[in-house]
Design a protein around this ligand. Structure first.
Ligand SMILES: Cc1cc2nc3c(=O)[nH]c(=O)nc-3n(C[C@H](O)[C@H](O)[C@H](O)COP(=O)(O)OP(=O)(O)OC[C@H]3O[C@@H](n4cnc5c(N)ncnc54)[C@H](O)[C@@H]3O)c2cc1C
Length: 219
C-alpha cells in the first residue's frame, strides 16, 4: 500500500526486519529504498551507518528560484526559434541563470500574442537572487531579459516558485563516493538501498532509472 503525507522520522532494527517510525505509527519492512534528500537520508542513517551518514550530511545543495513570465510577443527582441538558453557560471549577467522558451517548446502554451518564458535564478554559492522579494526578483530578471533577449516591456503576468536546497552539487570523485556509500550502507544496514538525485544523476530520467534499479534489487 502507498501512504502519502507520512514522513518517516527514524529507522530501527527489529530482529531480522526494519521498523520505520512514521506519522501513522510503526511500519515493518524487509527492505527499504531511501529516496529522500541527502540530509534527511543522513539523519535516518545516523545510528545505523554513521560514517556514510556523516558524508551524506555534507553533500552540498544549491537553491534556485523558477520564475514563469507571460510577455507580449511584441516586446521580444529575438525570435523564439530555439528551446531557450543557459548562462555560463562565469558570465557577468547578475541574476538570470537560464531561460526556457516554454511556449516554443510546448504546443499547448503557444499563443499568437503572448510568450511564456520560464526563467531561473540562483546558483551554488550565490544566494543574492534568493534573498530578493518576489517583485524585486522579477524586476532583476526583466532587466537581464532586456540584456539577453531585448525584451522592452514589463511582463503581463508572473509567478515565482522557490526551490530551497533542491539541487545536489556533485564534486569531482562523486561516483566513487556514491559507490562507497552504497557499499558501506549495505555492510552496516543490509536491505537499505539509496536512490535519487544525490547519487547517480539529478535529472528526472536518472532518478527514475535509480528507482527502477533499486526496485529490481529488492524483487
Ligand atoms: C527548479 C528545478 C528545475 C528542474 N528542472 C529539471 C528539468 O527540467 N529536467 C530534469 O530532468 N530535471 C530537472 N530538475 C531536477 C529534478 O527535478 C530533481 O533532481 C528530481 O526531481 C529529484 O528527484 P528525487 O526523487 O531524488 O527527489 P525529490 O523529488 O526531492 O523527492 C524526495 C521525496 O522525499 C520525500 N520526503 C522528504 N522527507 C521525507 C520523510 N521524512 N519521510 C518520507 N519521505 C520524505 C519528499 O516528500 C519527496 O517526495 C529540476 C530541479 C529543480 C529544483
Amino acid at each position: 500500500s502507498v501512504h502519502l503525507s507520512c514522513p518517516v522520522s527514524a529507522i530501527t532494527r527489529d530482529g531480522s526486519t526494519w521498523s520505520l517510525a512514521t506519522s501513522l505509527g510503526a511500519i515493518a519492512a524487509d527492505e527499504i529504498v531511501l529516496a529522500t534528500p541527502a540530509r534527511l537520508t543522513a539523519r535516518l542513517l545516523e545510528s545505523l551507518a554513521p560514517e556514510q551518514a556523516a558524508e551524506l550530511a555534507n553533500l552540498d545543495y544549491a537553491s534556485a528560484a523558477m520564475v514563469t513570465l507571460a510577455v507580449s510577443k511584441n516586446s521580444l527582441g529575438v525570435p523564439l526559434d530555439a528551446s531557450g538558453f543557459l548562462v555560463a557560471q562565469t558570465d557577468p549577467l547578475p541574476t538570470l541563470t537560464a531561460c526556457s522558451w516554454a511556449s516554443a517548446k510546448w504546443a499547448h502554451l503557444d499563443d499568437p500574442e503572448v510568450a511564456i518564458l520560464r526563467v531561473s535564478a540562483g546558483k551554488h554559492g550565490d544566494t543574492h537572487a534568493l534573498e530578493l522579494d518576489d517583485p524585486s526578483l522579477v524586476q532583476a530578471l526583466v532587466l537581464d531579459l532586456a540584456t539577453t533577449m531585448g525584451i522592452d516591456a514589463p511582463p503581463l503576468e508572473w509567478r515565482v516558485t522557490r526551490w530551497i536546497d533542491a539541487l545536489p552539487q556533485y564534486r569531482p570523485g562523486h561516483p566513487a563516493r556514491v559507490a562507497a556509500w552504497r557499499e558501506g550502507v549495505n555492510a552496516e544496514a543490509p536491505g537499505i538501498h539509496l536512490a535519487g538525485a544525490a547519487y547517480d544523476g539529478l535529472g528526472l530520467p536518472a532518478c527514475i532509472r535509480q528507482g527502477r534499479q533499486a526496485a529490481a534489487a529488492i524483487a
